[in-house]
Design a protein around this ligand. Structure first.
Ligand code: MN
Length: 233
């Protein structure tokens, strides 16, 4: 049987001016029965459409801070440098996937970017803009929970995972400030951040603030998230 092909947004290394990839994203998709393909950057509109048509689903990976200009703000001094080539590729793939209902999973930056592309805003730096005792930037190893999230009752994740609360890893200094109108919160951290969301108008657009790619091999909830994407493709 042919496996669903998942297009994976590459990571960008500013020092080497080079794309790169954490194998964990690909491993998580493969373990779920998908065939992951790392996409190129710096492709124009027609080529993006052709690449898009080769994919049964998309994974928006973690990485650079989203350019604050995309949500109408000036960058704070504590905002990380953006990655315009990623913002450009993902914006176009998102537009196509929204129009066609192609399955899309967002992880970390993926959640933040999808929120911005749908009209939401971000905290540019949590420690200064949303101080709390909840540790959102954990130290390695990352395959262990460092805070909990409460799952929205009756939501997609709640039904998928069958639990009210979930221990998650956390490695982010930005987060959703204002949730986009077309997104529905699926999970909240103890300090009230939206840590997962779905777009109910879309057949499968799920995004999480934590990193299932670091824990899918030991954590059934991490594996279930990759499987959910694969099964919708
Ligand atoms: Mn967190």
């Amino acid at each position: 049987m042919k496996k669903p092909v998942i297009g994976v947004i590459p990571l960008w290394d500013d020092e080497k001016s080079s794309i790169w990839m954490l194998p964990d994203y690909l491993d998580g998709l493969r373990a779920a029965g998908a065939l992951p393909v790392v996409l190129p950057l710096d492709v124009d509109g027609a080529d993006i459409r052709q690449l898009y048509s080769l994919c049964d689903g998309l994974l928006f990976t973690g990485g650079h801070d989203v350019a604050p200009a995309l949500y109408g703000q000036a960058p704070s001094p504590l905002c990380g440098i953006p990655c315009p080539r990623r913002d450009a590729l993902e914006s176009e793939l998102f537009r196509l996937a929204m129009a066609e209902g192609k399955p899309l999973l967002g992880i970390c930056r993926g959640l933040q970017l999808l929120n911005v592309l749908l009209g939401g805003t971000l905290y540019q730096d949590l420690p200064t803009e949303h101080p709390s005792p909840v540790p959102h930037v954990m130290k390695p190893p990352y395959d262990r929970p460092c805070h909990t999230v409460r799952l929205a009752e009756g939501g997609t994740l709640h039904r998928l995972l069958g639990q009210d609360e979930l221990g998650v890893n956390s490695y982010h200094h930005q987060a959703i400030r204002r949730l986009a109108p077309s997104l529905r919160a699926e999970a909240w951290s103890p300090d009230g951040l939206v840590e997962a969301a779905v777009c109910p108008e879309h057949p499968f657009l799920l995004a999480v603030q934590w990193h299932p790619e670091f824990c899918f091999w030991s954590d059934p909830a991490g594996a279930a998230i990759f499987r959910a994407l694969t099964e919708h493709c």
